[in-house]
Design a binder for this molecule. Structure first.
Ligand code: ATP
Ligand code: MG
Length: 402
């Protein structure tokens, strides 16, 4: 006797009844993507839940691990489908109970009898199955009010279905149901986490990275490519826009007073990001800013930097502490890559004493003395675009399935 299907619950999706069909379809696609390169399953979705039928060969725990991490999945349960013959159902109930068994715990049998022609009534079934579990496992006790475990038994027309484990899912909404944003991706710890946080709310992302070769290395560029690939595990594929930023940065350091170069650098990045966002149809920009973390992230700095755009800027990490961000980075698997020591363009050009409260009028005055707009257009024209998917062997698996 084995678990041969996974029940997937949607949770919050139910609130959006108008778009339910789209949501469920996206979720189904994202789940299939998460299961690459595993084979031996079939996904069946309806309005309220999804069933993934599992072949004998597939590793059920691996399927649980992958599916439970998909945004939009509220919880999952491995389910056992058996013949309705009472002896078989009894046996299955004991197997399911063994699976959640822990010393000193209590359980309850919950029976749902949707096949009204079944010869045994609900109460009687509860008695028989409860008795079987008590006999089968010595130390388990019944508690009908507040059991530690519920053993769910559903008698349907075709078969009996049993489960007990409920594994919490990632929550959120399916990626691809909430519009598109452009993520400003550095090689640091924060921005990949910011990207995943908005994806959790169903939003699709493309990423933009500013690099300044030869001041920044190929390794620094590769690091950003790797980070994008890790994020693509959640999303199918992510486009990465690599913007050559050397000329602009050099010019800033020539014409802007040193303590304001940081502010101007950020403003130029944002001005470019806004234009790229418009080109790709993104409705907001996302960054990894965190209030008060460094000089460019005080309220005063944000005010002066933000003034170059009227596009909404989403800062999902704004109020988190660094240790909370690090935990998230470890969880999504970007931390080890982010801490590789290759410096990005901001680190290299960092002024000694950046202004923590730059005056907007002053920054604007200095910038207006130089024609940055032409350089911005040039940088955009020379931007390299890459499309990244999850790790290569997995992608081959995907094409085999098509
Ligand atoms: P991160 O860990 O994401 O680098 P940080 O705490 O180091 O963040 P900053 O370096 O000040 O903070 O950057 C703040 C935000 O600006 C980043 O989270 C990112 O969204 C954006 N950013 C910084 N540098 C770049 C870059 N080279 N390319 C694209 N975006 C960048
Ligand atoms: Mg950084």
């Amino acid at each position: 006797m084995r678990y041969d299907q996974l029940l997937v619950r949607y949770g919050e999706l139910t609130l959006k009844s108008g778009n339910r069909h789209t949501f469920v379809n996206k979720l189904k696609g994202n789940i299939k993507h998460a299961l690459i390169p595993l084979i031996g399953y079939e996904v069946h979705a309806n309005r309220d839940r999804m069933y993934i039928h599992l072949s004998d060969e597939i590793d059920v725990e691996e399927v649980i691990r992958r599916v439970s991490r998909v945004f939009g999945v509220h919880s999952v349960s491995p389910v056992m489908r058996v013949d309705k013959e009472i002896e078989t159902v009894r046996e299955a109930a004991v197997v399911v109970a063994q699976d959640v068994d822990e010393e000193g715990k209590t359980f309850k049998i919950d029976v749902k009898r949707s096949d009204k022609s079944y010869p045994m009534e609900t109460f009687e079934l509860q008695q028989v199955l409860g008795g079987a579990v008590l006999n089968g496992i010595d130390h388990l006790k019944v508690n009908v009010r507040q059991p530690d475990y519920r053993i769910q038994v559903e008698i349907r027309r075709d078969a009996a279905y049993l489960y007990s484990r409920v594994i919490k899912g990632a929550g959120g909404l399916p990626v691809g149901t909430g519009g598109k944003t452009l993520l400003m991706l550095s090689g640091g710890i924060d921005s990949p986490v910011a990207g995943i946080e908005v994806m959790k709310r169903g939003v699709t992302i493309e990423a933009i990275h500013f690099h300044s070769p030869p001041f920044t290395s190929d390794e620094a560029k590769q690091k950003v490519i790797d980070l994008t690939r890790i994020m693509a595990e959640t999303a199918g594929e992510i486009k990465l826009h690599l913007v050559p930023f050397t000329d602009i940065q050099k010019t800033i350091h020539k014409v802007i007073p040193e303590n304001m170069t940081m502010t101007s650098t950020r403003r130029m990045m944002l001005a470019i990001a806004e234009q790229v966002a418009n080109q790709i149809g993104a409705q907001a920009i996302v960054n990894g800013e965190n209030l008060g973390q460094v000089a460019s992230q005080t309220l005063g700095s944000m005010h002066a930097i933000n003034a170059v755009t009227s596009m909404p800027i989403l800062r999902p990490l704004l109020t988190l502490d660094k240790d909370e961000i690090i935990l998230k980075a470890k969880d999504i698997g970007t931390f080890e890559t982010s801490i590789k020591p290759f410096e990005d363009c901001c680190t290299i050009f960092t002024p000694k004493n950046p202004k923590t409260n730059p005056k907007l009028e002053k920054v604007e005055k200095f910038e207006s003395k130089y024609n940055f707009d032409t350089m911005i257009q040039e940088a955009i024209a020379n931007t390299e675009v890459m499309t990244l998917t999850k790790e290569r062997e997995a992608v081959q698996g995907f094409s085999e399935l098509l």
